[in-house]
Design a protein around this ligand. Structure first.
Ligand code: M6R
Length: 362
């Protein structure tokens, strides 16, 4: 049932091209510059969005926040559900609570949703598991159609959630008149390429395995990224922690000099999301700061970027795509890196210690 793969996680990583096809496929209307989501929700009745989720799904919400602000000029926040449910969030009838979940059974996410609804919020679920508890408690569902995910470390559900965030931001942007038709068409064309680009990225596996070989004995890892790639950095660190048990931290790269830079020495591998985009130059100077302190840089960079190979010890090139969509491609080598390191360390990749696939207890 692992389809010839040694682990479910690897199988699911390799399923991502068709998963993206499933998530996006029938929903993109290139000619009209629209997306068809089949939601009952009135996009003009929403004045703010709260993304509520846990773990990997919460990082998808972080990405969603950036996209909603940029494309739809909609105030959006993201928060881990276990915090949201116990504070005193400001919510009204124009607030949309968007819960994101692979299993649809995560208790903290469910309770955060209930809290938001008690306070009058409208609700939408971005969910994988059909008919799960969360789907029954939200007003509207946007299924991510990733198929069953067995590996405890979430991979294909994450890329599908990111794609769903892009769909949602496009939908709101068009409805609110903040996203021009031409720009929407351009984004849709780029979204159509995603399955192929992820397919190409999977071909980097031998290089990733080589890098894993070099660094699997490290005690700690640091992951850095900015803007939409900040959530990618956090997701990369979470994957590595979960399945290899190596301590990994993530920071928005600009925050490095406010503390974590003290950690850097010649023993610390630093994974930097350095794909082309508005903050590319800033990220390069972050890399220089790491190098100046002896840190080992593994850069995720855009194909054709020669400059970066002079700065980083290792570069994993990913195909070029619209900078707002880059996280969907860039996270793939980070999933592979965590996987290869965990295998080298002899870990139980699909069933890491202390973790369950869905967390239904508080
Ligand atoms: O099923 P959910 O998406 O609601 O699960 C949320 C988290 O428990 C989950 O993403 C967890 O962080 C994964 N083990 C990440 O790989």
């Amino acid at each position: 049932e692992k389809g010839g793969f040694p682990h479910y996680m690897l199988k699911e990583i390799y399923e991502q091209p068709w998963v993206l096809e499933n998530t996006l496929g029938g929903r993109l209307q290139e000619e009209a510059g629209e997306v068809a989501l089949g939601l009952a929700l009135d996009p003009l009745a929403v004045e703010r969005v709260h993304f509520l989720a846990c773990g990997t799904a919460a990082y998808a919400g972080w990405y969603g926040k950036y996209l909603l602000e940029i494309l739809a000029r909609l105030p959006a926040e993201w928060e881990v559900a276990s915090e949201y449910r116990y504070r005193d969030p400001v919510v009204d009838g124009k607030t949309l609570a968007v819960v994101i979940s692979q299993s649809g059974e995560t208790i903290d996410t469910l309770e955060a949703l209930r809290e938001a609804k008690r306070r009058g919020a409208r609700s939408l679920g971005v969910i994988n598991a059909k008919g799960s508890t969360l789907t029954r408690e939200v007003e509207d569902v946007l299924y991510i159609h990733a198929g069953p995910e067995i590996g405890v470390a979430s991979t294909k559900a994450y890329t599908a959630m990111l794609a769903a965030m892009a769909l949602l931001a496009l939908w709101f942007g068009r409805a609110r008149g903040t996203l021009a038709k031409e720009e929407a068409q351009r984004l849709i064309r780029e979204m159509r390429k995603l399955p192929r680009l992820v397919e190409e990225t999977l071909e980097r596996r031998p290089l990733v395995a080589h890098i894993a070989e070099k660094y699997h004995q490290a005690r700690d890892f640091l992951f850095l990224g900015r803007h939409v790639q900040a959530p990618t950095a956090y997701e990369g660190a979470l994957k590595l922690k979960e399945i290899s048990y190596i301590h990994a931290e993530a920071y928005p790269a600009g925050e490095m000099k406010h503390g974590p830079i003290a950690l850097i020495d010649e023993h610390l591998p630093v994974v930097v999301l350095a794909t082309r985009g508005p903050l590319y130059e800033k990220t390069l100077s972050n890399i220089q700061e790491v190098r100046a302190r002896g840190g080992k840089v593994i850069a995720i960079a855009t194909e054709g970027d020669e400059e970066i190979s002079k700065l980083a010890q290792d570069v994993i090139y990913v195909p070029e795509v619209h900078p707002l969509l880059a996280p969907i491609v860039s996270v793939v080598p980070l999933q592979l890196l965590a996987y290869e390191i965990a295998v080298l360390l002899g870990r139980d990749v699909d069933q890491p210690r202390n973790l369950a696939k869905s967390v239904t207890v508080e």
